[in-house]
Every structure is written in structure tokens, then in C-alpha cells.
Design a protein around this ligand. Structure first.
Ligand code: MN
Length: 148
């Protein structure tokens, strides 16, 4: 469905109404998705739109909806934005062979971003609230947990 008419009638520089765009590479947030990936080992792939790609982390245990549970989140290669809609079977012999399903999706808003710490508000179907990713020093390993 096109938002052309909605957008044409409004000036989003002077109105606080939502523009209806998720701006690619926006500093404020964007697409949020978690894919449940039954590969050699079951894991959940957290992806956040940043700088025109999906920054990605593989989480070996189910992501927490509640506070007080910290999960290891291993950063993996950036994925294209379109990957947020991918579900299906990756064939045997291919990288990540196995079944991918969309476990949660929605949007996120950045609250704070530093090289080793990202705080963001998730608006998903399963997960809602303020979450944090904290990186172990100069490592691919992060901790993912709900703050409030
Ligand atoms: Mn994966």
C-alpha cells in the first residue's frame, strides 16, 4: 500500500506525525527481526537495521522476554535488509543449512549506541521493552538482555 498521498499532504519537518518511512541507515532505529534457525545447532538470529544492512547476532538460547536473563549473542556477518523477510529451508551443503522461521519481528528505536554498548527499545510481537547489547572487549561476543 502506498503512502504517497499521506506523505504529500504533510511536512514532517514541522509535524511530529510519523512519516511512515523506515529510513535506511537511520540513526534512530529501523527493522528488528529474530529468526529461529534450526541449523546444525539451534539458535536465534537477532538482526537490527543499521547503516543500510542488518547487523546480526546469533543467540544460542531463546531470547529472553523477561528481565534478569542474560544471553550470549555472537556477532556474525552483516546481512542484506531483505533478509528480514526470509523464512524457509537452506539446502543441505549450503552455509547454515536447515530451517529458518521468523520468531519475532517489528521495529526498534535506538536509545544509545557506543562501540561496545547498544541500548534499544524493541517493539516486536514477542519481545517488547528496552534491551541492551554489551560487547566483551574487542570480541565477537556480546551479552543480550532486557533492561526494563
Ligand atoms: Mn543463523
Amino acid at each position: 500500500m502506498s503512502l504517497d498521498e499521506y506523505q504529500r499532504k504533510r511536512s514532517f519537518e514541522t509535524s511530529n506525525e510519523p512519516s511512515g518511512e523506515i529510513k535506511a541507515g537511520s540513526a534512530e532505529g529501523g527493522i528488528y527481526v529474530i529468526q529461529r534457525h534450526q541449523a546444525t545447532r539451534l539458535h536465534w538470529d537477532l538482526r537490527l537495521e543499521m547503516d543500510d544492512v542488518l547487523k546480526s547476532w546469533a543467540i544460542p538460547k531463546e531470547p529472553p522476554a523477561e528481565k534478569g536473563v542474560k544471553r550470549l549473542a555472537v556477532q556474525v556477518e552483516d546481512h542484506p535488509l531483505e533478509y528480514a523477510n526470509f523464512a524457509g529451508t537452506i539446502p543441505k551443503g549450503e552455509y547454515g543449512a536447515g530451517n529458518v522461521e521468523i520468531w519475532d519481528r517489528g521495529t526498534y528505536k535506538l536509545v544509545d549506541k557506543k562501540p561496545n554498548k547498544i541500548i534499544f527499545e524493541i517493539s516486536g510481537e514477542r519481545l517488547k521493552g528496552t534491551y541492551c547489547l554489551i560487547r566483551f572487549k574487542e570480541d565477537k561476543n556480546w551479552l543480550f538482555f532486557r533492561m526494563k
